[in-house]
Each structure stands twice: as structure tokens, then as C-alpha cells.
Design a protein around this ligand. Structure first.
Ligand SMILES: *Cc1c(COP(=O)(O)O)cnc(C)c1O
Length: 376
């Protein structure tokens, strides 16, 4: 029934097999060039990615976590400052805030699309607030217009965590291009993934681009002159070579992810599951396909028994994780975030999935999801 025996959550070996020759040739070129960090291959990727995002500059770094860390350092955010973000995110968003010595302040998310609820921002702003970090979760951009409006009125910076949203758009604006700085991860499973660890900051501010370039290279203003604090966040040239090849496929891959999501929508509608919501004006690029079920854990077990890989993005909100509890208000303080963590389940979605695999997964879900209860 299922030609591959299983349907994994992601299949990076399959992705590589389709573009192997191009990727392997460009990696070999870097190896033979003798330029392993910085240099023309990195600069070329930076130009291509800036053009893709519609920003003036890309400053590549060596992870998405580093991108967020560099953005906060470039904006001179540190001890005594507050940064507002969501708890419904991958932990790295909050790690970066704590790493610069600032205090994370959590606001809740919309129950329907799981992204930051802008109406909750104003009461969370204090004289110490220096930035807001909306997270474009699962491949869909946050409701940016009201966030940018509030930030402008309060003189606060906006850093987009666009790690899960390469190529997503909001009213025609690409992810990363709307705030002061957009941060991306190119972790291998992301829509645009490296063959290891990689990330980038994008900005249209020339002065922030200069700051970001210093921060990623030990704060150097010129060789061995360390004018500002920095670290080593430089991107290895091999990763830039891989990313340049894959960037040429990103639009096609995102379109396939959207087509697969539409197929799931057709095959799963009418069940008692809550399916992902694409807000009007948005281009969702489905980094993950997240459904909600009252019997999430049983459904995950059932799917695993049928050879279908699933994930939970994420099972424990950041404000309930030990190192970050001290910054939040404890259990019950972010009701939507906490409800979602208990009911979300990510189904396989990746460009190379076949129609048969989609039908197999949907069939396995439907076999379990015979209506037994309704969502609260
Ligand atoms: C993946 C991810 C990061 C971190 O990226 P790394 O490259 O793994 O450091 C940050 N924020 C979000 C929302 C992510 O999904």
C-alpha cells in the first residue's frame, strides 16, 4: 500500500539526491579554492539572498541562533533591557535575548494561527522595552502591520524571527524585509537548509549591516582593531555554496509545500481535526504542517504504528522550561500557547512527497480520527 514502507517527517537524503551533482560540484569547488570562510562564494550567496528577500543587505552567520544574537548585539540591546517575544517558539528565540543579558517578556499567541497577538503588546511595553521579536511560526508570517505600528509609536526595534519562513509573504512583503532586521536559520530541515549549520540577518539599513558585519567578526573595524564587542558568527564557505544552489529551487519547493498542504486540506476536511489556517494576505510556506487533535498523543502513536513520522513543534512552551521560568508568569499565564502545546501535531510535509504518500498519511489520520470528540 505504501511504496516506501514509511513516510518520514522529513527526507533530506531524498532532497539531496535530486540536486546531488550541482551541490557536490560547488562544494568541491570551494574545497579546491582554498577560501573556506568569507570570500566570493559567501558574498555571492549574500547578494542572492538579499535579492530574494527584497532587502538591501544580507549578513550571513553560522546559525539561526547566531543571527538572533547578532541582531540584538547590533541594536545594542543588553543588560537592563527588555525584549518582547512569544513563548510559542523554538527555544533559540529566547536564548538569544538571555545571551545578551536582556530580559525576555512573553506575550500570548492567536489560538487560530499560533503567531503573536499584537493586541497584547501595548500592555507589555515598559520604558525598558528595546525590541519586539515576532516569530513567523510554521512558515506563516505574523500579523506585521499592527506590530510595526506599535513599535514605531514606542520607538522600539522589530527583529523578525523568520527562521521557519524563507519565502513566506505578508501583503506581498517577504519574510525578513519588514522589521529592522530579519533573522533566518538554514538548519538542514528548514525550507532553505544548509548541509550543517547556517543562518543570516537581512536588513535594508546600511548602518545596521555595518554593525552586523562587525559583530559576526569579533567586532573588528579593521584587522585586529576590535571597535565593538563581537563574536565569531562567520558562515563557512561550503555552506554558502550549498545554499546558493538550493536557493534556486526554493520557490519551486515552497510551491510544492503549498500544493501538498492544499491536498491535506482536501483529504482531511470534515474530520474533527483543526487544520492549519492561512490568514488572508499571507503566503504560508508550510515549514511544518500542524494539525490539532484532542487525542494528540494517541494519534501520534497510531501514525507511528503505521510508519508515519510526526513531530510536536513544540511540546513544552519556553516559559515553562527550567532556564526561562524565571522570566515568565508560570503555568496558566499564556493560555493559548499552553493549550496549543497539548494538542498540536506536525504531519510529514516536504517538497519531494508524492501524491501516494500524502494519501497514505491522510488515510492513516482519518482511520484514527473517526469523530469521537470535538475540540473545546
Ligand atoms: C530553527 C530556529 C531557530 C534557530 O536556528 P538554528 O539555526 O538551529 O540555530 C530560531 N528560531 C526559530 C523559530 C527556529 O525555528
Amino acid at each position: 500500500m505504501n511504496p516506501t514502507g514509511t513516510v518520514p517527517l522529513v527526507d533530506l537524503a531524498e532532497q539531496h539526491s535530486r540536486i546531488a551533482r550541482e551541490v557536490e560540484e560547488s562544494v568541491l569547488e570551494v574545497l579546491r579554492s582554498g577560501r573556506y570562510t568569507g570570500g566570493p562564494v559567501v558574498e555571492q550567496f549574500e547578494q542572492e539572498f538579499a535579492a530574494y528577500c527584497g532587502t538591501a543587505h544580507t549578513v550571513s552567520v553560522n546559525s539561526g541562533t547566531a543571527a538572533l544574537h547578532a541582531a540584538l548585539l547590533a541594536l545594542d540591546i543588553g543588560a537592563g533591557d527588555e525584549v518582547i517575544t512569544v513563548s510559542n517558539t523554538f527555544v533559540a528565540t529566547v536564548e538569544a535575548i538571555v545571551a545578551v543579558g536582556a530580559r525576555p517578556v512573553f506575550v500570548d499567541v492567536y489560538a487560530d494561527d499560533h503567531t503573536m497577538e499584537p493586541g497584547l503588546l501595548e500592555p507589555a511595553i515598559t520604558p525598558r522595552t528595546k525590541a519586539i521579536i515576532p516569530v513567523h511560526l510554521y512558515g506563516q508570517m505574523t500579523d506585521m502591520d499592527p506590530i510595526l505600528d506599535i513599535a514605531r509609536r514606542h520607538g522600539v526595534a522589530v527583529i523578525e524571527d523568520a527562521s521557519q519562513a524563507q519565502g513566506a509573504a505578508y501583503n506581498g512583503h517577504r519574510a525578513g524585509s519588514m522589521g529592522d532586521i530579519g533573522c533566518f536559520s538554514f538548519y538542514p530541515s528548514k525550507n532553505l537548509g544548509s548541509a550543517g549549520e547556517a543562518g543570516a540577518c537581512v536588513t535594508s539599513s546600511g548602518s545596521l549591516a555595518v554593525e552586523l558585519r562587525r559583530v559576526r567578526d569579533h567586532g573588528q573595524t579593521e584587522r585586529y582593531h576590535h571597535g565593538t564587542f563581537g563574536l565569531n558568527f562567520r558562515l563557512p564557505a561550503i555552506q554558502a555554496a550549498v545554499l546558493s544552489v538550493k536557493l534556486r529551487y526554493l520557490e519551486e519547493w515552497n510551491d510544492l509545500r503549498r500544493a501538498h498542504a492544499a491536498t491535506y486540506q482536501t483529504l482531511l476536511s470534515g474530520s474533527d481535526l483543526i487544520l492549519p489556517l492561512e490568514r488572508s494576505g499571507n503566503r504560508h510556506v508550510y515549514y511544518v504542517y500542524v494539525i490539532r487533535s484532542v487525542d494528540r498523543d494517541e494519534l501520534a502513536t497510531h501514525l507511528s504504528d503505521h510508519g508515519v513520522g510526526t513531530g510536536i513543534h513544540y511540546p513544552i512552551p519556553v516559559h515553562l522550561q527550567p532556564p526561562y521560568e524565571m522570566y515568565g508568569q508560570g503555568p496558566g499565564s499564556l493560555p493559548h500557547t499552553e493549550e496549543l502545546a497539548a494538542s498540536i501535531l506536525s504531519l510529514p510535509i516536504y517538497p519531494e512527497m508524492t501524491e501516494r504518500q500524502l494519501e497514505y498519511v491522510a488515510g492513516a489520520v482519518r482511520a484514527f480520527a473517526a469523530p469521537v470528540a470535538t475540540m473545546p
